[in-house]
Ligand binder design. Sequence first.
Ligand code: 13P
Length: 254
Amino acid sequence: MRKPFAAGNWKMNTNRKTGVELVSSLAEGASDLAGEDVTVAVCPPFVYLESIIKALHNSNIAVGAQDLYFESDGAFTGEISVAMLKDIGCTYCLCGHSERRHVIGETDELVNKKVTAAINGGLLPILCVGELLEERKSEKTNEVVTRHLEKGLAGLNDEKVLAVTIAYEPVWAIGTGLTATPEQAQEVHLFIRNLLSKMYNETIASEMRILYGGSVKPSNTAELMANPDVDGVLVGGASLKAEDFLGIIKASVQ
Ligand code: 13P
């Protein structure tokens, strides 16, 4: 049985004050659900991670980073290692978010190094996969998702892959207000699960959580979550308002 998972990706938003206020409201509003019925995580900007982790002390809301660097230490100006994130109390880390792939230029090979470093260092990676609009239009969705998964998970054995959460985020649905229909989401999620089954085995595929991301709102969460292979949501814009994210957390518990 896969526990629902609601994760908020704040991207490059908030400041220390608004971030702390946001998580204080979430901790209060989700105290009866978070941890028990649903895994809840927020991914603030690096510089606020420590303040947010302190503010969430005593709550069951986990904190994740939006990125990491795969080397353990050394001359990598501007980068943040897994050990640093563990040191301040992070649990999760997004890897291969579409904005990092398409705006910053991360390759599948780099994403794989990050996923691997996260697991080896004790962080739980959330590996983001998903197609661009032109790729969907030219019916390349399955091909793109296959490449993201096969390359992103390369070299991970059965035990290690179980640390990974997959997030299917069609790029055309991110920040556009265009959500994949529940049928479109289920179709790709099932494809992903079948692929995981082929890459690993049926038990592993049935245990791994696959989140949907792309214009998730309180009003569309329940219909997305009603699909058998949608195990949670990765939320951008709507995770920045306590009321909206609380609505999503509640709607993700069926
Ligand atoms: P939106 O919910 O703003 O579309 O963003 C989705 C996303 O990119 C989460 O990682």
